[in-house]
Design a protein around this ligand. Structure first.
Ligand SMILES: O=S(=O)([O-])[S-]
Length: 109
């Protein structure tokens, strides 16, 4: 059974202080420029490591650019057995509009 839910940026924001894992599936340079604090960048190369280290009960919030690709990714994660998977509506574009101060980058590191 594969089920995931959709989550608004507001509800996702409320998960920031909790133990949710934010997964950024955009391309690496977009991630490096700006991402949700502590988000993990996961691509096709990194997905196996990620899956090996995550717990099936973890709360996983996936986002892309606009909230379309993350639906397919959330479906995939749910298919792997994760029970708390969310696709963030509006993607990082919406997040940046709603929470412009709550972004970090890894360009200088
Ligand atoms: O990243 S996107 O599929 O929402 S354009």
């Amino acid at each position: 059974m594969s089920e995931f839910k959709r989550i608004s940026t507001t509800d996702a924001f409320n998960h920031l202080q909790q133990s949710a894992i934010f997964v950024d599936i955009r391309d690496l340079s977009s991630y490096q420029q700006a991402h949700i604090p502590n988000a993990t960048h996961v691509d096709n190369q990194g997905i196996h490591d990620f899956l090996a280290n995550a717990e099936l009960e973890d709360i996983i919030i996936i986002y892309c650019y606009h909230g379309h690709s993350s639906l397919a990714a959330a479906h995939f994660f749910a298919d792997q057995g994760f029970s708390n998977v969310y696709s963030m509506d509006g993607g990082f574009t919406a997040w940046q509009q709603d929470y412009p101060a709550v972004c970090e980058n890894t360009m200088e590191e």
